[in-house]
Design a protein around this ligand. Structure first.
Ligand code: EPZ
Length: 418
């Protein structure tokens, strides 16, 4: 098992290029089942992307990857494909459930393993299944598998999500693409990654209109299109490095981004007293002496993202006073707290709210990563802690952060993988 070793308190300065978004790439890879050929550029070469590609190869796509240029080419030329997603490929990467919509809408049947829970919560898929049933799919659950079919094809429908779900919105969009007639989805998630998926589906000839949380999809007869698409930047990776700069940056500039989709993070960092210089496609940030406490609620986009909650918590340990974070999206997303407390952080949890007392000096320790974003919060803590921090189980980190130690080393961090 690999570890990361970090020697703390090294001021960071330099430029960090942000990779493509993992959470845009995953639904778009699933959507590639609907194209004849799809060429994706600016793809992040992280573990989850390889897992999704293994699943698509198992289903029957031909896939070529150019690591240097970060380009993936997928071809769906076979008559007969395997309309199933086995447990072994879905259990490690829940986004595998996103092949359900495309398989159903194009091949009228699918057998996909239930993704099961993960460290941060039970992660049900009831909203995904609700949408597919409304579109006419017959669905049953048997031996841990979702068995879906639509002998006569899917039919457009009106679907109102009882609660906002990124994955369910994506599966519904992918299914509605090939459904006959109009589908109106309301109370949708509208994360930038979903807007990127919509752009991809429009290139496949589908007419889609977004107004607020309502998305209207005019079903498209399946065609044999060749398309290319450049994946948007990863706003969570960008937000993570902004917080690294706020913690210990002399001056960090992040590039290849769109500041507009980072507004909620930028607003909070400024309110906490951080100096930020932003242009349309880059942001520079430096640490500031007296950080002010702040209170946040995690919310669906455009609210503050749950995927940046653990990272912001590290910054709050350095702010004067008691900051509060209320985690509203997942039921168990505070697992980084016991590890941060072992490094000296003073944090209490009451109900779904974390109370962070600062400023506190952090000291290096041997810690353990538990999920993707919790692990990166331990990296951030290691960057500002006295002495050395050792982070175990960094396979969690490799699922979503492309060459994190290289990007930080380039900014003078003392970090190495062992
Ligand atoms: C996506 O997960 C992201 N993953 C998550 O990022 C992100 O944290 C999450 O959206 C919220 O923004 C990908 O895009 C691959 P949800 P998803 O459906 O789609 C409940 C990361 O670190 N729910 O919006 O699974 C669910 O339990 C990952 O990159 C149902 O009850 O999230 C949760 O409490 C972690 N029934 C809430 O909704 C359902 O059918 C939001 O989940 C679906 C979800």
């Amino acid at each position: 098992m690999q570890k990361l070793l970090i020697k703390g308190k090294k001021e960071l300065s330099g430029v960090i290029s942000i990779s493509g978004s993992k959470n845009a790439t995953l639904p778009i890879l699933a959507g590639s089942l609907l194209a004849k050929k799809a060429k994706l550029s600016n793809v992040p070469l992280v573990k989850d992307i390889y897992t999704m590609m293994d699943l698509l190869k198992f289903i029957g796509l031909k896939i070529k990857i150019n690591k240097k240029q970060k380009i993936i080419e997928l071809k769906n030329l076979r008559k007969k494909i395997n309309t199933s997603a086995p447990y072994k490929l879905v259990k490690t990467m829940r986004a595998g459930v996103l092949v359900l919509g495309p398989l159903l809408t194009k091949y009228k049947k699918a057998k996909v393993s239930l993704p099961g829970g993960c460290a941060i919560g039970s992660r049900p898929v009831d909203l995904h299944l609700l949408a597919l049933k409304k579109l006419g799919a017959k669905i049953k659950i048997k031996d841990g598998y979702i068995i879906a079919e639509a002998k006569k094809g899917l039919k457009g429908a009106k679907i109102k999500f009882p609660s906002i779900s990124v994955g369910a919105t994506e599966n519904a969009l992918l299914a509605a693409y090939g459904a006959e007639g109009k589908t109106i989805l309301s109370n949708c998630a509208i994360e930038p990654e979903i807007i990127d998926l919509i752009l991809f589906l429009k290139k496949l000839g589908c007419k889609i209109i977004v107004s607020g949380r309502k998305i209207t999809v005019y079903g498209k007869s399946l065609n044999k299109k060749n398309i290319s698409h450049r994946i948007i930047f990863d706003r969570i990776e960008a937000g993570t490095y902004l917080i690294a700069g706020a913690l210990i940056g002399k001056k960090i500039t992040i590039k290849k981004i769109k500041s507009k989709t980072l507004m909620s993070e930028i607003k909070i960092l400024k309110k906490m007293g951080i100096k930020i210089l932003q242009s349309k496609d880059s942001i520079s940030i430096s640490k500031s002496k007296n950080l002010k406490k702040y209170n946040i609620n995690t919310k669906p986009y455009p609210g503050f993202p749950t995927d940046l909650q653990a990272q912001l918590m590290v910054l709050m340990t350095q702010a004067s006073g008691v900051s509060k974070i209320r985690e509203n999206i997942f039921e168990n997303r505070f697992m980084h707290i016991p590890e941060l407390k072992r490094m000296g952080a003073k944090i209490e949890i009451k109900n779904k709210t974390a109370y962070i007392y600062g400023p506190t000096k952090l000291t290096g320790a041997e810690v353990m990563a538990t999920d993707l974003r919790a692990s990166v919060s331990l990296v951030l803590a290691g960057l500002i802690a006295e002495n050395r921090t050792i982070i175990n189980r960094i396979y969690h980190l490799d699922r979503g952060y492309e060459s994190i130690e290289d990007k930080l080393k380039k900014c003078k961090a003392e970090i190495k993988r062992k």
